[in-house]
Design a protein around this ligand. Sequence first.
Ligand SMILES: [Zn+2]
Ligand SMILES: [Zn+2]
Length: 438
Amino acid sequence: MSEMNLLRHITPAEQGLYLLLPFEMPANSARLDLHYSYQTHTSEPVNTPEGQFARTRRLNIVDIGLIAPDGFQVGASGSSRSEIMVSEVSATPGYQPHPLTPGSWQIILGAYVIAPEGVDVSITLEFTPKVPRWLCGDLHVHTLASDGSLPLEHLAEHARIHGLDFIAVTDHNQAVKRASFPKVEGLTIILGQEWTHYKGHSNFLGLEQPYQGSFIANNPEEVQAIFREAHKNGALIVINHPCESNFSFHYDLDSLDYDLIEVWNGPMRPANLEAVARWDAMLKAGRKQVATCGSDYHEDTFFQRLASPCIYVLADSNSDSDILKAVKAGRSYFAFSPTKLQLLLDVDGQTFGASLAWREGMQASLKALALEKGDIIRLITQEGAKDIFTAPEKGGFETSLLVTGPSYWRLEVWRTFYSFLPPMPALITNPIWFDRTK
Ligand SMILES: [Zn+2]
Ligand SMILES: [Zn+2]
């Protein structure tokens, strides 16, 4: 945390003016705390026959407010609060959650009443930096607004009960408006919609209105135009359940602007294994394709549950923009459910999604937590797949592996969930890429 102290002397001549006090917001700030103080009253003893009393007299009233570098009024709270907090996801009442954009911010000091001798206003600013941490969420859920069974308020509560840090609301061809998002402590709700078409489904994440007009498109050119517009506007675009028999994706992916491919949709089944194989073929062909997952939750059934699967992302903060940044970068892995099962890979302080220049002797640290007896850790690279560990019992596992050459590395944990079924993926990571040095 870093701190900054500012002092502003306000003269009686400035009474009735709004003064601006600039300060620099450091890069990578997650939270701003502002505290200000000045002499509000004077107090003098008064002797009376009954004893001594203190007579207080109002000396100064200084109001406060905050303006972001783009001129947006983040808030103004008169003189009623001396402590103000702002972050991208929450703020003191009277202030808006706002990204803490680096650059020149301004404090509004309203010189409402100023004593004849003037007043010193001292301001302390505390900046809490962003610290990357693993967050768990579900990027594909439906509400009552389309064919889901729960209104968003219930779904949000449901998400917290499952221990989720975020959900993306992806109703068919319509976005639930941000203004109607319920406030649930500790849960980030991400804007989205599932572009749902007879020839393919695709999640557009992060925007209320990714494209103008309607979702309809009757030829590849019209589909390309929608994707191009949404992508240009900043939507994160996911090709959903590409191999699902009734809802597979029929358009040529190479002709579309998109970011991610949803390789794990709902319960693990042949269509997901096929999507993983298709993704792996893209990776083997040299494409740095990032994958994602989502439960496609509609209602609780034997097969379908919220956060099955869920995505773990290493995000700089719990703001929607930082979560989507991590999703886009592939700093993530997917698990069958939010359990304690974890798989972490560290190479030179970097993890999944990173592109590193390969060098001789490069080491990768692998750490697995909460494996079940019989769980298999599989390493998939340019050269193929190799089982590197079978858990002899419940517990963790740690090892260091030599990166033998330029390649991509991704990992899977395979588990026998039911003795009458073959093992299936319990966890799938995004790759880390080891690039050939020129
Ligand atoms: Zn779908
Ligand atoms: Zn869906």
